[in-house]
Design a protein around this ligand. Structure first.
Ligand code: ZN
Length: 148
């Protein structure tokens, strides 16, 4: 199997069977993120413990396969991180999408999210891929924005 096919399969799997799609009973932070250019519209819910560690994450809403898969992969990736670590992880993902971070060893830490690496060559889809990550960073940087 070619690497490209493998990446496509990873994205498909997260789109068809998202583990983090749904409503959370008692989220700590909630923020809606919208990408009007494609119609992607998600609401991100994060649960933090007393030490600022993200212990759970869910999303609801709708959008294209890339946006939905990306937020599901992101929630896999950031669960267990402190909010500070999660924001740094977001910077790494953005760096990959902009084509600034290309080193596979460095990208390994992104786990399944690294499957979106080639999106950097598809400008029209970039906003779809980053929607979950930028929404997550926005709410962690300014929890006062929470729509809970
Ligand atoms: Zn989209």
């Amino acid at each position: 199997m070619e690497l490209k096919d493998l990446y496509r399969e990873i994205v498909n799997e997260h789109n068809l069977r998202p583990e983090h799609k749904g409503e959370m009973a008692d989220p700590s932070l909630v923020l809606r993120g919208v990408n009007p250019s494609c119609g992607d519209d998600i609401t991100l819910q994060l649960k933090l413990d007393d030490n600022g560690v993200i212990i759970d994450g869910m999303f609801s809403g709708s959008g294209c396969a890339i946006s939905q898969a990306s937020v599901d992969m992101m929630l896999d990736n950031i669960t267990g991180l402190t909010t500070e670590e999660a924001m740094k992880r977001s910077d790494l993902f953005m760096g990959m999408i902009k084509g600034e971070v290309k080193d596979d060893d460095e990208l390994e830490i992104l786990d399944d999210s690294a499957a979106l690496k080639d999106i950097s060559h598809m400008p029209a889809r970039v906003k779809c891929a980053v929607l979950g990550w930028r929404t997550m960073k926005e709410i962690l940087a300014d929890p006062g924005k929470s729509q809970k």
